[in-house]
Design a protein around this ligand. Structure first.
Ligand SMILES: *[C@@H]1O[C@H](CO)[C@@H](O)[C@H](O)[C@H]1NC(C)=O
Ligand SMILES: *[C@@H]1O[C@H](CO)[C@@H](O)[C@H](O)[C@H]1NC(C)=O
Ligand SMILES: *[C@@H]1O[C@H](CO)[C@@H](O)[C@H](O)[C@H]1NC(C)=O
Ligand SMILES: *[C@@H]1O[C@H](CO)[C@@H](O)[C@H](O)[C@H]1NC(C)=O
Ligand SMILES: *[C@@H]1O[C@H](CO)[C@@H](O)[C@H](O)[C@H]1NC(C)=O
Length: 430
């Protein structure tokens, strides 16, 4: 069961630090694997070139172009310093063990974590969760995992999930000045790459990018979701009851364009600040509109992004989540080991949804994350001996040790941004 073969991290330990020395072009010793390095160098170069080409279109706004990444200015072509992610991990009754597992699978000391158990879970679960976090020496030392004490209701089908995201993002903005992207994970999601992989690739991308699936195509199916008027009890009752549907329906709005999407997205800090602290009224107007529509979480953020001129060019129409929709049940189909290869080849960062402790999660731990049961995914910051407690000895958190996952993700991102085709799929009016 322990049998920690963990091929990815040890392999990458050899390759990636050398990549940065190669980029430095001052490495005196030519290495036998130079070919591999050149390939990696070229693909990273292509990534940065693509970005410099795609994002330098003149912006109508004055001020520095947010898309000019420092890597284009610096004459020291070293790896840029890693970004930081702010995670909301939320679940309900009985979910605290899987929230802890997901936390360990996505943990990195540079990130910030907020754990939320909705009111269907007894308060004892929340206490237990907080206690587990406090008793873990790593979380305790890094002080970057927080548990929400007074929970918010979140009705999957109503608008309270938007309220929960905004509340959590507001807390995370107050907790730290340093994070760059907001990621909200449900307890039934799981990562497919290590945080070292993810932070490494994100460090090459403009920090204003938002990864959001969206479409303005409103067919009868979408209209059926947008026209009803609902009242989400999560917004005003302290206990769960069914959602109310009004007998009347309303027309689609004409003052702005509605975009539909999916509930998972990776949102930039500047966009979250715009939604929460900004002076522009658009986020609040749309919040009021979507408060009375079903499934507003999948529509709110895409609609704000695409209707805000300062953000409509920052959207990538791909949320980096692997999920399979079950159209019969109008929900996600649970993933299992049959889906493992497809998940890897998708180049996605996360996958959803999984049944509690499905064996495929052990497979992901073993093959993709190099994680042994009950421990944290080891990264470049873990200096201990391989085994259970390798992350009890810390090094510099900014030293990443990306593995094969970063190559998969890089390939996916390069494909996504190649030829500027992402522009033709960005906030398009259909
Ligand atoms: C973004 O908004 C500006 C101003 O409203 C508009 O001219 C432009 O076409 C929009 N771009 C996209 C991709 O929607
Ligand atoms: C998001 O968009 C991508 C590209 O269009 C698609 O492959 C993927 O299935 C979508 N994901 C969801 C959850 O809709
Ligand atoms: C995985 O799920 C699919 C679809 O539900 C099913 O056909 C397949 O047999 C499952 N595989 C395993 C290993 O459980
Ligand atoms: C990890 O911990 C378990 C139980 O605490 C122990 O049985 C096992 O030998 C440890 N493995 C290593 C590699 O230290
Ligand atoms: C991008 O360009 C390359 C080479 O010019 C071409 O092979 C590839 O098919 C293009 N990709 C897309 C999505 O158009």
């Amino acid at each position: 069961m322990q049998n920690s073969t963990a091929p990815a991290p040890s392999q990458s330990q050899l390759h990636w630090p050398s990549l940065s020395t190669f980029l430095n072009l001052r490495d005196p010793k030519p290495k036998p694997t130079l070919l591999l390095y050149s390939f990696l160098f070229l693909s990273l170069l292509s990534l940065t070139l693509i970005l410099s080409l795609s994002f330098t279109s003149p912006s109508p706004h004055s001020g520095p172009d947010p898309f000019l990444h420092p890597i284009f200015h610096t004459h020291k072509p070293s790896t840029p310093s890693p970004p930081s992610l702010a995670y909301l991990i939320s679940g309900s009754h009985g979910d605290s063990p899987r929230i802890l597992r997901l936390l360990r699978a996505t943990y990195h000391p540079l990130n910030l974590y907020l754990l939320h158990l909705d009111p269907s879970a007894p308060h004892a679960d929340r206490d237990h969760l907080a206690l587990s976090v406090q008793s873990d020496p790593v979380f305790k030392a890094a002080q970057n995992v927080h548990v929400v004490g007074r929970p918010d209701f979140a009705y999957h089908k109503g608008s309270s999930p938007v309220s929960l995201r905004l509340h959590a993002a507001a807390i995370l903005l107050r907790l730290s000045q340093n994070w760059d992207w907001f990621v909200s994970l449900a307890a039934d999601a799981y990562p497919l790459v290590t945080q070292d992989d993810l932070l490494h690739i994100l460090s090459f991308l403009p920090k204003d990018m938002n990864f959001v699936n969206h479409s303005s195509y409103i067919g009868w199916k979408e209209a059926k979701k947008l026209k009803p008027i609902i009242v989400d009890p999560g917004l005003y009752l302290s206990e769960g009851t069914e959602m109310f549907y009004a007998t009347q329906k309303r027309e689609l709005p004409s003052a702005y364009r509605v975009f539909t999407g999916s509930s998972f997205s990776i949102l930039s800090r500047s966009f979250m600040e715009f939604c929460i602290l900004g002076e522009d009224n658009l986020p609040r107007i749309l919040l009021m509109y979507f408060a009375n529509t079903p499934s507003s979480l999948s529509n709110y953020f895409p609609t704000v992004l695409c209707n805000a001129r300062q953000f409509n060019r920052t959207v990538i129409n791909q949320n980096l989540l692997y999920a399979i929709h079950d159209s019969h049940r109008n929900d996600l189909r649970p993933l299992n080991s049959t889906d493992f290869d497809d998940m890897i080849h998708s180049g996605a960062v996360f996958a959803q949804k999984f049944q509690n402790d499905d064996p495929v999660l052990d497979l992901i731990d073993q093959k993709l994350l190099g994680r042994s049961p009950r421990s944290i995914v080891p990264g470049g910051w873990c200096l201990g001996e391989p085994g259970n407690n390798t992350c009890l000895t810390w090094g510099d958190a900014k030293i990443l040790r990306p593995g094969t996952g970063s190559q998969r993700l890089e390939k996916a991102i390069v494909e996504l941004l190649a030829n500027g085709t992402f522009r033709s799929r960005q906030c398009i009016y259909e």
